[in-house]
Design a protein. Sequence first.
Length: 398
Amino acid sequence: MVHQIDHIAVKAILNVLRRKIARRTSEDEAIDMLSRFILELTPKYEFLKYISVNQTVYSESESIWVAPELNEVEEKQMLSALHDLVRKSVVEMKEKADFFFIREFQDAFEDIEPVKKTITDDIPLNIMQHEYLVNRAQTLSLEKNQLLINLIYVLLSIENSYLPERESVELMKQSLQELLPKFPFFYSIEIIKNPEEKGYYTVEITDDVQKIPTYQFADAIYQLILHIGTKLQIEDSEEYRNKLKYKLGKRNTELLQKLNVPINNLHITTSSFSKKDILNQLIDSLIIIIGERTSKLFAVAVMIKIMGNVKQANTLFSDIQIQKNQEKYNLFIYDTIESASDEEFRKSIKKLIESVGTHLGQKRGEFISSLKLMLGEDYVSTIENYGLNFHMLEMRFD
């Protein structure tokens, strides 16, 4: 038996693709792009002649027209054509088709049952997403060394507006040393006094950082930016972001964005929350998020179970107790939590967040966004100073 995809489902898929492209470009550009792609692919897939993409002033849903004759096309051929259309869109948009483009496209069909299975099972979007990241990593790998050197020069320049040159260099060396346990490749960075060079200091990398996984390299850059901002006690995060982008220049800023370093969302906090404060805020926030789908008391029961599971591998949670009390709950965090190492603390809260996300199921990227909103900027920034990058966690969570 030959299977077909209903022409209405095809129209729904194309309209979602159009909207996702338009969100990153414009409505006119999205229409032009899809119209051009269909024309280019028609020699390969003759049945695409039954699809028309036109700019219209009446209704955005009418910009794509699909004839019922498409119902006669074999499912395998139609899926192949749709796959090629999505792939062409990603290639055409280049860096505008960021990591989230494919995931947003896939998630859009969560509530459209006739299309959900097609998108989830038959068009390999997850594989396409992986290929996209691999290709981007290969493109960026050749520029990692120079980008890191450029960033250090920029950070030193920003430090110089607060400190004398010698102290700026010492602060940079100290920051690299403190981050060394998490990013061992920082050992290969040398800042050398050289009176023959501009600024009297040169930055050299004695090892090749190209082999460092791109996500780890991006995390290291982000943590170094945060670390310097925190050490300088910069209170105006927006001013810090603007200085960074101005001094880095367009090319380096674009490279950071391609690496998915969240430079536009950078937030420096001067708050000094204790580990106990952070855990209290984090657990309360997670219970609220879980409770949005059920009830607070059930959410507390879920949290108790999750913490019981993660406690086996993360002894830090032995210092935490949650007790249900009628319509409320009591959270006890012992002061001994403060003696935990920063590395143990980071790994433990990361495991807790991931476990809750897994329990909540699909659309876990949205879960991270909700959690950041619930925690607030100061808590998010303080947690990231321990080395947990929420942006990277969101990207790798699925």
